[in-house]
Design a binder for this molecule. Structure first.
Ligand code: ADP
Length: 463
């Protein structure tokens, strides 16, 4: 028997639960079951699948407070954010419950009178998902909901840090009547389960949210059996504040983008580029607002910023801040820590760094923490060059009320998600995903169900 996964509360270090790790044999059996279940689930009519998804959403909403509490306990995010995440998670189920009944085909005019051509869409098969710890509910539903809606069966390995929310959601799916084998979870170590998924002949698609290096491994390992892949990988979002920007809007939205989930999201603003003429006015307002944020246990209603998920994440953040200060960055707020290695909790106070430049690691690497580096620019073209100077291409934000500057930025920024005067552009109804090394494919919107469907076309001759 493998050692169970120990799930800790990152705000206190307290052990919450020990979760059973599935053996390789059990995982293989689960894959086999998921494959067999596909034969039945794919034949359930779309209206029934839609209704079951709606029931799943409803029962999750009924248990919203309880699920949110589990999420805050295992992830650390403030309870108000966990409640928001449950809503966000069910919005994907609601959206794809609707999309289930709109998987249309088409007819194509044939090149001969004696032929007819029909194009239809069919589910691709068993989908295996691997998810991260930062959004334990939503990262799963934005994959599971379109998969089930399309008629695919689904198996997930949640992050070792936060398996409890996912397990609870899947239990609720079974309670409303989604077949046991149509949606399953397995727990285990990332690389091992990842290899079992990619090696399995039963899995037709891998969908992953996590770091770019792991995404590359999964793509490589999926090549042998040509599995479909959807990859939501790392980001390094620039946020540009143009000279004419409404500074109050820019400050509020920057805080929304940067400090949600203690800065531990892949779309968090990671580099703030500010026109030099408004630098002082912007940083003054921003610093005041950031200093008003409260750091603490997510269960405390006053908390805006919870703990960092683990020591590895904490060390990375502290290292980036130190590197920036050593190379000349000025601290406007934060650079304060409340960490206890023995107990196992790590808090980083919201930090603003000024005079940041491209020699600093923070300008290259994703931070995944509440640290906001500010870079100054003169011309908007220079801001675009700095913004695009990254292998990542997930989200970018800009603030301007000048439509010419705005359209220039929209057209020249190489990112999949753009927020114009908007620091929180995500939603179930829009296509979320990145360019370059930030990923392949989109989740959400009408685009989000396509990756779970194959196109099949029929040519009828001799008509
Ligand atoms: P982070 O460093 O933020 O945890 P990862 O990309 O390492 O990001 O983890 C995201 C998810 O990927 C987790 O569920 C983790 O268990 C899983 N994982 C980690 N390494 C691998 C791997 N080699 N193959 C498949 N999954 C992995």
């Amino acid at each position: 028997m493998s050692t169970p996964i120990k799930v800790h509360n990152p705000a206190t270090g307290e052990l919450l639960k020990e979760v059973k790790v599935h053996s390789n044999e059990e995982i293989k059996q689960a894959l086999e079951k998921g494959h067999l279940a596909f034969k039945k689930w794919s034949k359930v009519n779309a209206h029934t699948r839609s209704k079951l998804l709606k029931d799943w959403s409803r029962i999750i909403q009924k248990h919203k407070e309880e699920i949110a509490k589990v999420m805050t306990l295992e992830n650390g995010k403030p309870l108000k954010e966990s409640i928001g995440e449950v809503d966000y998670a069910t919005s994907y189920i609601d959206w794809y419950a609707e999309e289930a009944t709109r998987i249309y085909g088409r007819t194509i005019p044939a090149s001969s009178e004696s032929k007819r051509i029909i194009v239809s869409r069919q589910p691709i098969g068993l989908v295996a998902a691997i998810t991260p710890w930062n959004f334990p509910a939503a990262m799963m539903t934005r994959k599971a909901a379109p998969a089930l809606a399309a008629g695919c069966t689904f198996i997930i390995k949640p992050a070792e840090e936060t398996p409890l929310t996912t397990m609870r959601l899947i239990k609720l799916a079974h309670e409303v009547g989604i077949p046991q084998d149509a949606i399953q979870y397995v727990n285990g170590n990332g690389p091992e389960v990842g290899s079992l998924f990619t090696d399995s002949e039963h899995v037709r698609k891998i969908t992953f949210t996590g770091s770019t290096p792991v995404g590359k491994t999964l793509i490589r390992n999926s090549a042998d059996s040509i599995k479909h892949v959807t990859m939501e990988l790392g980001g390094h979002a620039p946020l540009i504040v143009a000279e004419d920007a409404d500074l109050d809007v820019a400050v509020t939205q920057t805080i929304l983008s940067k400090f949600r989930n203690a800065g531990q999201t892949c779309v968090c603003a990671n580099r703030v580029l500010v026109n030099e003429n408004i630098m002082d006015a912007f940083t003054e307002k921003l610093t005041k607002a950031v200093k008003a944020l409260t750091v603490g246990n997510g269960l405390d209603s006053a908390t805006d910023i919870g703990p960092i998920i683990n020591e590895k994440g904490y060390r990375k953040i502290v290292g980036q801040v130190k590197d920036a200060i050593d190379k000349g960055a000025e601290v406007l707020a934060g650079n304060e820590y409340d960490a206890n290695e023995e107990q196992g909790y790590y808090f980083v106070h919201p930090t603003i760094l000024k005079n940041v430049d491209e020699r600093m690691t923070i300008m290259e690497e994703e931070t995944f923490g509440p640290v906001l580096p500010i870079v100054s620019f003169k011309e908007i073209t220079e801001a675009v060059d700095i913004a695009n100077n990254t292998p990542y291409g997930l989200a970018a934000y800009f603030f301007t009320n000048d439509y010419k500057v705005g359209t220039y930025l929209y057209e020249h920024l190489n990112f999949g998600i753009i927020g114009w005067n908007d620091g929180a552009p995500s939603g179930a109804h829009v296509p979320f995903g990145g360019m370059k090394e930030s990923g392949i494919g989109r989740e959400g919107g009408s685009e989000g169900i396509d990756p779970y469907l194959e196109t099949k076309y029929l040519s009828i001759g001799n008509y």
